[in-house]
Each structure stands twice: as C-alpha cells, then as structure tokens.
Design a binder for this molecule. Structure first.
Ligand code: PRX
Length: 582
C-alpha cells in the first residue's frame, strides 16, 4: 500500500503546555514537580488518586459537571456528575470500612462495565485499600490465581458472574465477603458470606474522610502475563496519578470541554489509567459504553454524545476498517477532533485509513501495565510517521540497549527497549515476587521486554517481544498459562503454545499438544479440549487452533521449544537446534 510517510498533526486548537510542537523545548522545561503542583493533595498532607479524580472537582465549579455518561448495552443510559460520584464513592468507602477493610487490604472487582465498577474502584482507593480489577471474561482459574496471590479480602461481583466464584470459593481462604451488585435486579439469593451492594450503599453515610495515603502507598494492582509462571500483580502507588494526569492532558490532549470516549475495559490497565484516572483527574466528561466491540454502537455513541477525543486499540481499528466506510456514513462523527490508539502495533495502513474515513489520523502510543501510563507517543502537533510509536513523553527517558542491556545502541539498530527508572507511575513491585521485579532492572534501566529501534529523528519503532508472550487483540497472554490449563485435560500429555499471525488480532493462539496413551486423535476431542480451556482461561487466552503431534520438540533438559514450534509453523529457519533432544 502506498502512503505518505508523514502525516501532519492536525489538532485544531492548542492550549496546553509544554508545547510539544517544539519537542526538545518541552523535554527541557518539563518537570514532575510541576505536575505534582497541579494536583491538590489531601488536606493536611498526603495524596490519593480518588481525591484527585473526583473530590477535588466536587468542591469547585465542576461539581455539577457530568463526569460519566453511561450507555448500557440494552439501550439504557445514565449520567453522573462529579458530585454524584463524590457521594457514591464516599458511601462505598464507608461500606468497606463497615466490613472491616483497612488501609493496605486488597479489594477486587470482577464485573462488567457498569457505573458500579467506577464507584467500587474509587471507593476502595478512598478507603486506603489496594484495588485489583479483574476482567469479567475471566474463567474460574484466572480469577482464582489472582485472588489467591493477592490475598483479596473482598470481591465485588454480580449475580451473572458469581457462579464462577462459587466454583473456586473453597480455595480462597483470604476471601471474607462478596459484594453482589444487582443493577438489573436479577432474582438472586445471597449466600452466607455475601452482601448486597444496593443494601450496603443505602445504609452508608455520604460523608467520608479519605484514609490518609501517601505518594508511595500502594493503590492499584493489575495482573499481567510473562513467559513463565502465573500472571503477576504489577502494583502502582498513589502518585501514579501524576502520570495519568499529565499524559491524559498532553498525549490525549484533553481540553476542559471535551467529551472523551475510551473503549478499554477497567479490567485491564488502559481502562483504569485512561478510563478513570487520566480523564477525571483532568475534570473531563467521559462516555462509557457497556458493551464490547461494535462498529455501529461505537459510532452511535460518538454521535449521541458528540465525542471529541477517542482512545481505542489497533485490533478494534482493524475491525472498524473491515466493517467499512458505509457504516460510518450512517452517523455524524464530525464532533471528533483527536484520536489515539494503544496496545499493539498500529499498522501504517490503519493510520492512513483513519484519515480517509474520519478525516483524522489515529495517534499511536506505547506503554505497559508495568509503566502505569503512556511512555512513548505521537503528540497532537507533531507529524506522525505511520507505523512509529512516536517519541518518549517529556519526563520519561527511553533508549534502545544492546543484548546485555549495558550500552545504548545507535539509531537504526534493533535492541531492547528500556526506560530510565523513576517516573511516578512506574510499578513498585510484582506482588509476592520481589526477585522477579528486581530482575527487570539493570543499571537503573527498566527493561521492558520489547524489541524496538529508534530512528535518526528520535521516533521509536516497535519490532516485537523479546520473550514468548503473545499479544492477541491487545491482550498479553503468557504461553505457560495456556499450556498449564491444557495439560490439566486428562487426554493431554504435553502442550506448547505460540502466537501465529492474524490479520485482525495481530496474533492468535495456537497450541500443539501430544496425547496420553489410550487417546485417539479426533475432531471431537479437539473441540472438547478447546471447551475445557475456555472454561479454565478466558476468551482471549483460548487457543484458536489445536494441533496434535506425536511428541513436542524439547531441549535436553525437557523444556518445550516454543521457538522451534513457531519456526516450523511459519516456515522460518529453525536456528540453533543444538540443545534439541535427540
Ligand atoms: O508489547 C507491547 C505491546 O503491549 C505490551 C504491553 O501490554 P500490557 O502490559 O497489557 O499493557 C497494556 C497497556 C498499553 C507492550 O510491552 N504494546 C503496547 N502498546 C504498543 C505495543 N506494541 C506496539 N505498539 C504499541 N503502541
């Protein structure tokens, strides 16, 4: 496909500093201390994300400003001002305290994108507890691993999802109470250790004094996948809000009168950093659509609420491309002024298409669960190089390091993408895994696990992962997690899992398995194993394809060689096979 290599940044209006038109100047003048001064802090000292997101606006002229326009998937909608969210989150924090929650305790959510998830997350932060949002499509094992590891004392869920929790309840000794949110009034009888959200909210006071939290107190944890082991909880502290605030302002270019639409689910980090904390710490109105991807619903939401700034992901953009321009023509999308994308490589064709389809380019940016906020981005007033992630945010230093992660490589050379450690929203620990955390830092650099290169002009270009982690539709999946689930099936002797290229989702999961004696290859068996995996994992982590081999290639020490499986699958060179089992 032919495309102009450079697309002009085309934001209509520019009102914020640092002026990223002059990028170098912005880098020099930026300071995290200045950002800190733009926040309020708690009365009498301390910092709390929920205070910065909600309470400080509820005390100003923004009190009656709409914070949340919620659009239900059944056509219902509801609106909440900053003051509404202030009282609701106060009530929830009181309710948590009455259930015995103290500073530092873990409180998890496992629910769909309804208004209550925002109340629960922010109310938990007000109570000084550490919140852990879980994606509602997680199966029982995914939920169990995370609740067990974090030692969560309270889980907030819904009648539709609680059956999953009942399956694993016996294995969660730390879990004391389940709060059931019943927005749609589904008939449901509470179990002994369950309480009704609606009931505890009704009896809780609207007044709450936020538990004093400091910059470095733990606030939120998101589980993320690595090559080996179970998912690990990346923990962020309250001063992460400095990162959310600054990047929402300068990268997402949020202006006071914007209507912002983030399509990410709060079960993942984009849905909290940029679906809650970033926009609301800037006092911005946002729209939340309860349902998943749907071109017509998304365009309908943009038209109905006159969305101006839209933050979404490459797989979704590719699906919108597939849905075509005819459907776009049915909606008035003229309100859109600025669009961003994150989570996977944004292919140049998608950037070019968005200019044709919406008259605006998607601005790609890069970050990770561990980084807490955007680190590398295409800025409003800078030219876009389609295919590039952009340049490091002022206040962030990024580099391409050599194989040992000791020296910076010159422009053009591919290496390890690393960030100078110390920005406010950097993760502070992997829960219960200090050694693993420490292993991510070398000589003051945080090693991201991504391979990239930088061009002569300082633009960063993503190359791939340095490890076997699979990125499917913007979700990281650790092959080990999937392999572990597969080998629990009675027929499966061994499993090796890789990502294979896919037009829409970038990668999809393919599993190679060998069978135990006594089992025969059949389509029914493959279907049954897929169903089994679906129950244990969650939709995005399930293998799309399962191939049965007589045995899997292993090193002499017995490790399955995923790279070899991948090379064979894709017809690539098999590389060094000297450690291969005879
Ligand atoms: O490999 C990179 C890819 O997604 C990883 C981070 O995923 P996660 O921790 O789930 O964070 C979600 C919040 C963004 C990265 O290590 N990734 C993210 N953004 C991009 C990307 N790959 C290419 N281009 C991007 N813009």
């Amino acid at each position: 496909m032919n495309y102009e290599p450079i697309i002009k940044g085309n934001v209509k209006e520019f009102s914020v500093k640092p002026n990223l038109l002059n990028y170098e100047e912005a880098r020099e003048s930026f300071s995290w201390d200045d950002i800190y001064k733009e926040l309020d802090g708690l009365e009498g000292g301390g910092l709390n994300i929920a205070y910065e997101a909600i309470d400080r606006h509820a005390k100003t002229s923004l009190r009656e400003k709409m914070a949340l326009y919620w659009e239900g998937k059944d056509g219902n909608s509801k609106q909440y001002t900053f003051h509404d969210l202030y009282t609701l989150t106060n009530r929830f924090a009181n309710a948590l305290q009455s259930l015995g929650i103290k500073k530092g305790d873990r409180v998890f959510t496992y629910m769909d994108r309804t208004p209550e998830i925002f109340v629960a997350i922010l109310g938990t932060l007000k109570a000084g507890a550490v919140v852990g949002p879980l994606f509602s499509a997680f199966g029982p094992d995914a939920v169990k691993d995370r609740l067990q590891d974090s030692g969560a004392r309270i889980l907030i869920t819904t009648p539709g999802l609680v059956a999953t929790v009942h399956e694993i309840a016996g294995e969660l000794p730390a879990l004391e109470k389940i709060i059931i949110v019943n927005r749609r009034k589904t008939p449901y009888e509470l179990n002994e250790n369950e309480v009704s959200y609606e009931r505890i909210m009704e009896s809780a006071s609207e007044e709450f004094e936020i538990v004093k939290t400091e910059k470095e107190d733990k606030a939120i944890m998101h589980y993320t996948s690595g090559t080996t082991g179970k998912p690990k909880g990346a923990v962020h502290v309250h001063q992460a809000v400095m990162g959310h605030y600054a990047t929402a302002k300068y990268v997402l270019d949020l202006h006071p009168d914007d209507i912002y639409f983030c399509t990410a689910d709060p079960g993942w980090v984009t849905g909290t950093s940029y679906g809650i904390f970033g926009p609301w710490s800037n006092g911005i109105s946002q729209v939340v659509y309860e349902g998943g991807f749907s071109a017509s619903h998304w365009y309908g939401v943009i038209e109905k609420y006159q969305v101006t700034v839209w933050y979404t992901a490459p797989t979704a953009i590719r699906m919108l491309m597939k849905a075509g321009e005819k459907v776009i023509g049915k909606y008035n999308l003229k309100s859109l002024r600025y669009m961003c994308s994150v989570g996977e490589p944004l292919n140049p064709e998608a950037v070019v298409w968005s200019v044709e389809a919406f008259g605006l380019p998607f601005h790609d940016n890069w970050w990770q669960t561990e980084t807490g906020c955007i680190q590398i981005a295409n800025y409003p007033l800078q030219d876009i190089r389609p295919g590039s992630m952009g340049k490091p945010f002022p206040g962030v230093t990024a580099a391409i390091l050599d194989e040992d992660c000791k020296h910076e490589l010159p422009p053009g050379e591919e290496g390890n993408l690393a960030l100078k450690s110390g920005w406010p929203s950097m993760f502070r620990i992997y829960w219960n895994k200090k050694e693993l955390y420490d292993s991510k830092f070398i000589n003051g650099w945080y090693i991201t696990g991504d391979r990239a290169r930088k061009d002569e002009d300082g633009y960063f270009w993503f190359v791939g992962r340095a490890d076997d982690v699979i990125n499917t539709a913007g979700h990281l999946v650790g092959p080990f997690e999937v392999e572990s689930a597969l080998i629990e099936h009675p027929a499966v002797a061994e499993a090796g899992v890789i990502g294979i290229p896919d037009k829409l989702a970038m990668e999809v999961i393919k599993a190679f398995i060998s069978l135990k004696d006594g089992y025969e290859i059949s389509d029914e068996l493959i279907m049954e194993i897929k169903r089994f995996a679906r129950k244990k994992l969650h939709a995005v982590a399930c293998p799309k394809e399962i191939e049965i081999l007589d045995s899997l290639p292993k090193t002499r020490s017995g490790k399955i060689m995923r790279r070899l499986l991948k090379a064979r699958e894709l017809g690539l060179s098999e590389g060094d096979t000297s450690t291969l089992e005879d």
